[in-house]
Design a protein around this ligand. Structure first.
Ligand code: ADP
Length: 301
């Protein structure tokens, strides 16, 4: 559905996106996963024809981002990271406005946005600026959909939104996918990665890996454990100095530790006891996307 060939973009000396090549399939929910500054927004702006790349070429829904930019604008919906809504217009006025840009009406494409828009319709006279984060997000999504795009680009749609609204949002995306819309989404939240069909892991403008979330986790190569003790902070400091470990990261109340190939968890526990730790609990852990991301980052460092 989108194809990129060696796309690069710099801002002055900052190389924001470096030689990115990839392809997504029609109907797929494809996620760009990476922390702030990874280059996600730059890539989205290039693909939605708002920014020209310095190098490379790309096609969206079969159209070239430079030659066919007008056709792309009609075929894609874009929900930028910061809300694109007009804060002084009401809910209803925002949606009518976006429909009118594309020479359509709310009524004409109501079916597509109905499930989402109905949730905010009781507030249709309220100014967009007065809506909660979750409601703004639903309105922005309705506005991005009102011209029936083939591809939807959502740039960090759940950033700053509460956990319940985030869950609802992903349910909405799954429903849109069933209606045949291809979805390209970016997020800094690693836990959202597993909700995508495939993901691209990005760091500092580079593509580290493209795969299904499951496969990325399956390919994690190190013995991984979750461990905690009564003195978490000291434990982290001590673990960083432990020879048996390949890596250590904190995950909530546990540390995720990966062991060197020849190491044993019993030796790590012994090491902690020798360093005065009590209440040590450990369990074998399955790698999640964050573990894999950290590992790829270390590899690339
Ligand atoms: P992300 O969306 O993953 O946070 P961005 O594409 O916004 O990443 O940013 C990638 C890099 O480009 C960052 O280092 C950022 O500071 C830089 N950058 C983004 N936009 C601009 C701009 N308009 N001018 C200068 N630097 C920019």
């Amino acid at each position: 559905m989108i194809q990129l060939q060696n796309i690069s973009k710099s801002y002055g000396k900052t190389l924001a996106v470096e030689e990115i090549s990839l392809e997504t399939a029609p109907g797929e929910i494809f996620g760009f996963i990476g922390p702030d500054g990874a280059g996600k927004t730059t890539l989205f702006r290039i693909l939605t024809t708002l920014l020209l790349p310095d190098k490379g070429s790309a096609q969206v829904a079969g159209f070239d981002i430079i030659k066919d930019y007008k056709k792309i604008r009609n075929s894609v919906g874009y929900m930028p990271g910061r809300f694109s809504l007009y804060q002084d217009l009401s809910v209803e006025e925002n949606l009518s406005f976006f429909a009118s840009i594309f020479k359509t009406t709310i009524e004409e494409n109501y079916d597509l946005v109905k499930d989402i828009y109905q949730q905010i319709e009781p507030f249709k006279k309220r100014r967009a600026g007065k809506l909660s984060g979750g409601m703004k997000q639903k309105l922005a999504l309705s506005c991005a959909l009102i011209h029936k795009p083939e591809v939807l680009f959502l740039d960090e749609p759940t950033t700053g939104v509460d956990a319940v609204s985030r869950k609802e949002f992903w349910d909405m995306l799954k429903n849109l996918q069933k209606k045949g819309i291809s979805i390209i989404v970016s997020t800094p939240y690693m836990d959202e990665a597993r909700l995508c069909d495939r993901i691209a892991l990005m760091q500092e403008g580079k593509l580290m890996r493209i795969e299904t979330p499951q496969q990325i986790c399956n390919d994690y190569a190190w013995p991984l454990f979750a461990i905690k003790s009564d003195t978490f902070y000291k434990m982290m400091k001590d673990l960083e100095k432990c020879d048996e470990l390949h890596s250590v990261f904190s995950f909530g109340e546990y540390a995720h530790i990966s062991l060197k190939k020849t190491a044993h968890i019993e030796n790590v526990v012994q090491y902690l006891k020798q360093n005065g730790h009590h209440g040590i609990e450990w369990t074998k852990a399955d790698a999640n996307i964050e573990d894999c991301f950290m590992d790829l980052m270390q590899e690339g460092a």
